[in-house]
Design a protein around this ligand. Structure first.
Ligand code: PA5
Ligand code: MN
Length: 190
């Protein structure tokens, strides 16, 4: 028997180079400086900035219900260039709620750092540049920082039962910050 129809999931088109996803099933979230209050350390600099400034936007698709074991989600993130004081624009960062779930990030353009932190708050960074592929093992918090002058774009694929634990990062932060020092990015412990 041959089942009819071209797609199991409502049709989606991706534009690899712009990070754009199109289709009825595509979801989108935009994070502004207002949404990220408390994530950047320089509250005085943040105070003088336009809170509606977009820091990053995510598009993604969920072909199965969140929490389904064995499924995969797919999405893109575009982080704008910029800083709050000396700290570069970045994603909120999270552990996966199900700690053993991993993820792939694959970068298309821009440059930055993937900041990874384990449960003991040991930090590691990987350089993100066009074409870099990053495997984020389970149990590791992850955040992406745009250290360049252009938007930073990457695609991601993660398990549908991973979930996002943002609260741990909101409460304790990440153990390092990426700041402008002597004309370039520096990773400093906090
Ligand atoms: O699943 C992921 O790890 C990514 O799609 C992120 O959710 C995305 O990059 C945005 O980061 P955050 O979820 O930390 O706001
Ligand atoms: Mn993740």
């Amino acid at each position: 028997m041959i089942a009819s129809g071209d797609f199991m999931f409502p049709e989606i088109r991706i534009e690899w180079l712009t990070g754009t996803m199109r289709g009825a099933a595509v979801q989108q979230a935009t994070k502004t400086l207002r949404d990220l209050a408390g994530i950047f350390h320089d509250a005085d600099s943040l105070h003088s900035m336009d809170k509606s400034t977009v820091v990053y936007r995510v598009q993604w698709a969920e072909p199965v219900v969140q929490g389904t074991e064995g499924g995969l989600f797919w999405g893109s993130t575009i982080i704008q260039p910029g800083r709050v004081g000396d700290e570069y624009f970045m994603t909120h960062g999270h552990f996966h709620a199900k700690r053993d779930r991993g993820e792939y990030y694959g970068a298309i353009g821009g440059k930055g750092l993937l900041v990874i932190m384990d449960e003991d708050r040991i930090i590691r960074t990987e350089t993100i540049l066009s074409g870099s592929l990053h495997y984020i093992a389970g149990g590791l918090a992850h955040r992406v920082v745009n250290t360049g002058d252009d938007p930073l774009l990457f695609w991601a694929c993660w398990p549908s039962d991973a979930g996002h634990d943002y609260a741990s990062i909101k409460t304790r932060g990440v153990g390092a910050r990426v700041v402008l020092r002597d004309g370039g990015p520096a990773v400093i412990p906090v």
